[in-house]
Design a protein around this ligand. Sequence first.
Ligand code: PLP
Length: 493
Amino acid sequence: MTPNDFRTHGKALIDWIADYYEQIEQFPVMSPVAPGEVRAGLPAAPPQQGEPFEQMMADVERLILPGITHWQSPNFFAYFPANTSFPAILGELLSAGLGVQGMLWQTSPAATELETHVLDWLVDMLGLPAAFLSSGPGGGVIQDTASSAVLAALLAARERTTNDGQYKTTDDRPQTTSRERPVVRGLSSVVGASPSLRAYTSTQANSSVVKAAMVAGVGRENVRAVAVDGQFALRPDELRRLIEADLAAGLRPFFVVATVGTTSSTAIDPVGAIGAICREYGLWLHVDAALAGAAAVCPEFHWLHDGLELADSYAFNPHKWLLTNFDCDCFWVRDRAALLRALSILPAYLVNAASESGAVIDYRDWHVQLGRRFRALKLWLVIRAYGVSGLQAHIREHVHLAQLFAGWVAADPRFELAAPVPLNTVCFRLRDGDAASADAANEALMARLNASGKLYLTHTVLDGRFTLRLAVGSRLTAEQHVAAAWGEIRGAI
Ligand code: PLP
């Protein structure tokens, strides 16, 4: 493909994407294809000769589009938002066009410095503690996902617990240089598992917490599931009880994950009370606000971050609810020293004068992988294109629509709300006799609705009961779509 071909096809592709968004409501929201159907349409072997781009796009329409679940549809209410926006798509294209691999400051200074700058902006925009700013011992980094963020937090927590005191903490210089990095020690601290370590999170936490423990070698059996209250929030008294029991058994508590906005029901753990316990016992507190953190761009939702000054690390996903297409997770630490000790290793071929100077950040030291994409670009374009007020309007509209829907559910005696609705997600159930018959009725209702192609809902289990969820999150969702969904739901009983 020559630059001229690229111009032609690129412009056509942009037109195609714009058309897609204009027609998106025509597609069945949940892909109706059967397992294996997409592959059955693909040739067994790759082409020997290059093919025309037009032919590829024809196959996208014929083979790929039917196998797409339309996450950006205004009638998509499943799982959680994974919203995108035109500025984000352009940012992604620009990033691909520049083809930057930003593992070191030196490998593209703008990739690192823009990331640091945008993450500092977000500290202010979301009302996060000033300790997360890059100007102090802490700082932020873009990870691919919240799963990687919790893994990084767990590795840092283990490093702090098991190796504390062996290295100096970060000094006053803005960044850690390669001279400060434990060249060999970093890797051994990642590999060496300690069977006595214990982590804690609520029964409602995302599965990524247990997965992080599995990946790190801590073991899934060493993650204690803390009981929740009637609103599905972690109970601090239960956390303390488990920590005390583990200490009495000679085990080593080290890591707690609090969730602000659980995946199931957007329950909000009491971060302040949990943080106080973590301080008392010297445990690392990571706060997972993957979905809900975005809401704090609105001052009226700053309360979501109450108590965060006691957290050691925090993550939220602009790729969920802040109009920035997947993947983009923002992760901050109060003190980067343990994180860098856990994840830094310096092979000779990466040594360079800028890193040695101590004046730059090398983000490869802040996560598991070495290579990294220029994700800050799309986030920067989104923030600039919408402005803070545009992002606030996006969040406010979704919260308003979810509250509206919750009101309709509450007013209909055939239904019940299954959990509080602090933000954009409504958990509800059809009442139908005893628990077993209600579960069956709700499951059948969901299957009928999703098969209609007119909307897409998913479920969770709360208090052992099958529960429907309606998560408002597509950029295109307006009141008419939520009202139509409610009409479909009532009509399908
Ligand atoms: N944490 C919470 C609260 C979530 O809701 C999710 C996604 O559903 C995750 C973590 C995992 O996010 P990611 O796909 O970015 O790893």
